[in-house]
Structures are given as structure tokens and as C-alpha cells.
Design a protein around this ligand. Structure first.
Ligand code: AGP
Length: 607
């Protein structure tokens, strides 16, 4: 994922810009660049690859200056290359950009007609030319940026520098985050506060539509109407390093609590004006989705569970048939590929041997395209796929997948909505789905506050040998994920069933020693599920019902945990959280190695 850093100061800013980029490396990127104002105007260094490659350039031909911008780029428009790396320059102006400019092609044609030459394939370069063009008409930098962003469709956060106004930085955001860091005699911009934590703990979070002007002495924010605006100063208590455990006892617990931010990051720049941006999947996505009339999902473990949830969404929202299969099975059979089928591989690591092999096997077949939903940008699965939708969970260190799963669900929900839109889903249902996704970070934060109650429930499980998880519809795979979490870190034998299957066999296991966990949101299957749970109660099973507040009183259970009410896209994410916390606390009580459970590896690169 792209990252932005900008600094206006009295001292040389180059080293701090590079350190800021390093703090953003965990988000994934394929090139990096920096531009500063020197005595010769705007000068820049750009490198394909890592920030260390940029540092190597800086060591050979050092830049220095007191005002600069820097960027890590994850390619969307145009391949990873030095020419496509940011900052982009036009005349006196230099720009870094996160997001997608949807109308870049029309703007490019217009600018070319005015004589501007393009040196990259990016959507960003039009922004540099538009600002330069406005400045050539005599507009000050802030006004030039305001006039430019008024012409952009899509999502952006921008940091802009102009040799015509030394010492000034202008930022702007819509649908993609940008924060202002407040220093003493120097001020900062960044797409993520982690880039600035060594420099300041005081931040202004910009609203959508804001434009901000910074000099080393002052910060002025203007709202979407161009009027001066006040934004509250917030103090951050975040740990500076994303791969440190910080105050948490285990990485798994840290990663569980990172989910509000990880989900917000996965949504970042992909929804604007109440719709999903098709170009999040790349420039060819629209045509490929139009040709897609069925989907084949392949994955392993937790990623397979995310695929199962997506299968329900894709069939129910897009009306497109969807098969979901474990990669180790798919790769060793001879699947019939219907014309018009999109292959979709899901993987946190992007290196899982079976999923990668299935993806490679799919290459020679008659698929519309091979798409990856993945958390590691430079992984084999990403490189092998024609379409890529990155989850932005950040590094996941704990072997038990948590934030990777929920961000997969969010990415797959975006994909299902986009496919549904391409197939003519009615506007109200589409808008409701988008709204649910936008509300998710807040709902997750609210749900994680139930931690104390879940820890208390965990006491009852610590001495058990078995547990049964039940759900229906999309919450059957959520129940499977809950069972997987419990078994892999606490070593308690756990099974998940579609609740309707109970009476076809597993009910024989139910007695007073069998805890049964029911995932019970108030969806269209709740009455069916209640009947299934009566069957458990009648056999003396100890029932734990995870319900939403709208069913809290209509369900007879030994233990009821009440979660926030939410719609069909949000509920599988929200209902996963107590299952993760339950597994975590049970494992801690049993004294197992939570982050490195026996016999397991984070990335399964062998068969
Ligand atoms: C779940 O907690 C595990 N880490 C495991 O099931 C994992 O999801 C599976 O190995 C697939 O990994 P991937 O997502 O990296 O492909």
C-alpha cells in the first residue's frame, strides 16, 4: 500500500523523510521516491524496489533541503518502475499521491492537448500537471491544489511541493487518509501516523475534502468549501513499530486489537461517494468483471473459511454461481472449467504451496482471469495473478490468523459488491452493503470492548477436551473459523457444523460436558437456528449463544454474549471477534504457546 511523508522544517529533512518511509514499509510497496527543494528547484530521487535502494541513491548523489515529500508506491496504474515511482514532477511542482484518480484518462487527454508531456503510466501525473498549469496562470499553490482536486474523481491523499513557494507544503484528502503532525518549528504530513511517531505525538486528522497548507511555523486547514476550518489536535499513544508486541502479552492479542485499523486500511481509498471504486482491482477490472459469470475460489485454512463466506455473498448479491474449494483438493483433480469463470485464490502469506500450485495449474485453463486476495504485496501468489486485491492487515506474526481473516472478508465483500454492481444489483441493496462496510471499523472497536466478558467465559473451557461450534449461512464458516482458532492454539478438539446438520449425527456427542457455541446474529435464519439450539438444550448440552442485541431476549442459553446488531456484510466480521478472543483466553489459561502453537508454521510453503 502506498505511503506519504512530507516535512517543512528549518533543518535538512531528507533523513527524516527516509525514516518515515521505513516506518511505512510493512504496508507493502514496490518503489520509493523523495523530492526536496534545493537551490536548483525541485530535485528528486526515485528507485524501483526498497527504501534501502533509495538510500543507496542518496548515498551516491545526496539531496538535502528543508522542505520535502516522499512516497512508497504499490503499483495500480502502470508497472513497478522508476518512471512510475512518485514523486511526479511538472515544471516547478512535485506531487505524491495515494488512491485512484478515476478520470485520469480524460484529464490526460486534455493536458496533452495543452502540450504537457507524460513520462509515466500513472494516474498521478495528471495531478502534477494540473497544479503546474494552475500555477502558470498565477495561482498560489494552495489555490492551485484546491482547483485541481475539484476536478478529480476517485480517492486521493496528496502532498504537494512547488519551487514557486519555498517552505510551503500543501496536502489534500478524499477517501484516503492524511494526517498533519505538529512539531516545534517544523510541521509534517503523512498517510499513517507511524511514519511520524519518532518526530511528534500530536496530530490533526483531516476530514474528507480538506486541503491543508503547512509551513515550518504554521498549519492552516481549509474544508471542502474552501473555508478555514479547525481540526482537533489528538495525542497518539501508539507504539512506533508495527512488528513490536508493544504492551501486549502476545502478538495474537495485539493483532486482534489491530482489527479496527486493519479493516479501515483495507477499505481506504476503495470507497468514495457511496460506491466501490472498480479500479481497486486494476485498469482491466471492469471488462473482466463484465465477462465473469461464475467464480471458482481456492484457498487453505482460515483463507478457505473467508472464501466460504464470500461464496454466499457472491451467489446472493451478484447472482453469480460460486464454487469454493480447498487448494490441496483442487490441485489434484481435473476440474471442469466453464467459460466465463474467474479463478480467485485467497492467501494471507501469498506463499502457501497448495494455493500457489492451484493458481499455477489454473493458468493453462479457460479462466477469465486469475485473481488474488492477499496480504503480502510481493508474494508469489500476487506475482502470479492477473488481478490483485490486497488486504492491508499489516504484518501478521501470530500463527493463528486473526486480522488477516477479517480483512480478507472485507476485501471479498468489496469484490462481491463490485461484481454485483457489474451484474445489476439494485441500487438500494448496493448502497446498504457499502454503508455496512464503512461502519465496520467502529463496530469492531465496540465489539472488542467485550473482552472482559469473553475472558470470564473462557474459564469454563479451560478444562474441556471438546467443543462444538454451530452456525447457519455465512455464519457456518464463521463457526468453522472459531473451531479452527480454538483447536490450533488451545489444542482442544473442536468441530463446527451447519446447525441444520446437528440431528444427522453430531447431536449424539452432546451431553453436559460438551460446550456448544452458537453463532447467532439476527439474520433470516435465526428462527431455524433457535430450533436447532433447542435440540442442544433438550440433551443437556451447555449452550453459549453469541447473539446480536436484537435477539438477546429471544434465546434460551446458559451463557449469552450480546454483540452489536449489524447487517449481512458486517456480521461475519463482527461475530468472528469473540471467537478469536475466546480461543486466545482459553489458550492462555491452558498455558500453551499462543503465538507459535506446536506443529504449525505461519506460512505453509511445502505440501
Ligand atoms: C489459521 O490460523 C492458519 N494460519 C492457517 O489455516 C492459514 O490460514 C493457512 O495455512 C493458509 O495460509 P495463507 O492464508 O497464508 O495461504
Amino acid at each position: 500500500m502506498c505511503g506519504i511523508v512530507g516535512i517543512s522544517a528549518q533543518r535538512d529533512v531528507v533523513q527524516n523523510l527516509i525514516s518515515g518511509l521505513k516506518a511505512l514499509e510493512y504496508r507493502g510497496y514496490d518503489s520509493a521516491g523523495i523530492a526536496v527543494l534545493t537551490g536548483h528547484g525541485v530535485e528528486r530521487l526515485r528507485a524501483k524496489g526498497k527504501v534501502r535502494d533509495l538510500e543507496a541513491l542518496q548515498a551516491v548523489s545526496p539531496l538535502s533541503g528543508t522542505c520535502g515529500i516522499a512516497h512508497t508506491r504499490w503499483a495500480t496504474h502502470g508497472a513497478p518502475s522508476t518512471d512510475n515511482a512518485h514523486p511526479h514532477v511538472s515544471g516547478a511542482v512535485s506531487v505524491v499521491h495515494n488512491g485512484i484518480i478515476e478520470n485520469h484518462a480524460a484529464l490526460r487527454a486534455e493536458l496533452q492537448a495543452l502540450g504537457y508531456e507524460f513520462t509515466s503510466q500513472t494516474d498521478t501525473e495528471v495531478v502534477a500537471h494540473l497544479i503546474e498549469h494552475a500555477q502558470r496562470q498565477g495561482k498560489p499553490l494552495r489555490q492551485a491544489v484546491q482547483e485541481t482536486v475539484a476536478r478529480l474523481h476517485g480517492a486521493y491523499s496528496l502532498a504537494v511541493l512547488s519551487a514557486r513557494e519555498p517552505g510551503t507544503l500543501v496536502g489534500a484528502r478524499l477517501g484516503s487518509p492524511l494526517v498533519v503532525g505538529l512539531g516545534e518549528g517544523e510541521q509534517y504530513l503523512a498517510s499513517d501516523i507511524h511514519a511520524l511517531l519518532p518526530l511528534t505525538r500530536r496530530f490533526l486528522y483531516l476530514d474528507d475534502g480538506d486541503v491543508v497548507e503547512l509551513t515550518r511555523e504554521a498549519v492552516q486547514v481549509f474544508d471542502a468549501a474552501g473555508q478555514p476550518a479547525q481540526r482537533a489536535v489528538k495525542e497518539s499513544h501508539f507504539a512506533a513499530d508495527a512488528v513490536e508486541r508493544g504492551e501486549y502479552r502476545h502478538y495474537m492479542l495485539k493483532e486482534i486489537h489491530e482489527q479496527p485499523q486493519a479493516v479501515a486500511d483495507t477499505l481506504e481509498g476503495r470507497i468514495a461517494g457511496g460506491h466501490v471504486l472498480t479500479q481497486m482491482l486494476g485498469v482491466d477490472a471492469e471488462a473482466l468483471l463484465a465477462r465473469t459469470d461464475s467464480v471458482q475460489i481456492v484457498a487453505c485454512g482460515t483463507s478457505y473459511h473467508a472464501g466460504l463466506v464470500a461464496g454466499y455473498w457472491i451467489e446472493s448479491f451478484a447472482g453469480v454461481p460460486c464454487k469454493v474449494e480447498i487448494a490441496s483438493e483442487y490441485r489434484y483433480r481435473n476440474p471442469v472449467v466453464r467459460a466465463g469463470t474467474l479463478f480467485l485464490g485467497i492467501s494471507q502469506s501469498g506463499e502457501t504451496a497448495d494455493t500457489l500450485a492451484a493458481l499455477k495449474m489454473a493458468k493453462g485453463r479457460d479462466y477469465v482471469a486469475r485473481m488474488a486476495v492477499c496480504n503480502v504485496p510481493e508474494s508469489s501468489i500476487v506475482r502470479e495473478s492477473e488481478l490483485v486485491l490486497m488486504t492491508r492487515a499489516g504484518p501478521e506474526i501470530g500463527v493463528a490468523s486473526t486480522k488477516a481473516f477479517t480483512t480478507q472478508l472485507v476485501a471479498l465483500a468489496l469484490f462481491a459488491l463490485e461484481l454485483a454492481r457489474a451484474k445489476g444489483l439494485d441500487a438500494a441493496r448496493y448502497a446498504d452493503g457499502v454503508r455496512q462496510l464503512e461502519q465496520l471499523p467502529g463496530l469492531i472497536a465496540q465489539t472488542l470492548k467485550l473482552d472482559g466478558q469473553i475472558r470470564a467465559l473462557a474459564e469454563n473451557f479451560a478444562a474441556k477436551q471438546h467443543a462444538l461450534f454451530l452456525g447457519r449461512g455465512t455464519h457456518w464458516p464463521v463457526a468453522m473459523e472459531g473451531a479452527l482458532k480454538l483447536k490450533e492454539i488451545s489444542y482442544i478438539h473442536a468441530e463446527a457444523y451447519a446447525a441444520g446438520e446437528l440431528k444427522h449425527g453430531p447431536l449424539a456427542l452432546v451431553d453436559k460436558d460438551m460446550p456448544v457455541i452458537a453463532v447467532a446474529p439476527n439474520d433470516h435464519l435465526i428462527d431455524k437456528l433457535k430450533s436447532n439450539l433447542e435440540e442442544v438444550r433438550a440433551r443437556g448440552g451447555e449452550l453459549y449463544a453469541f447473539v446480536d442485541e436484537t435477539v438477546a431476549h429471544g434465546l434460551d442459553a446458559d451463557h449469552v454474549l450480546t454483540l452489536p446488531a449489524c447487517g449481512e456484510f458486517a456480521a461475519p466480521v463482527v461475530f468472528t471477534l469473540p471467537l478469536q478472543l475466546l480461543a486466545y483466553h482459553v489458550a492462555v489459561l491452558r498455558g500453551t504457546d499462543v503465538d507459535q502453537p506446536r506443529n504449525l508454521a505461519k506460512s505453509v510453503t511445502v505440501e
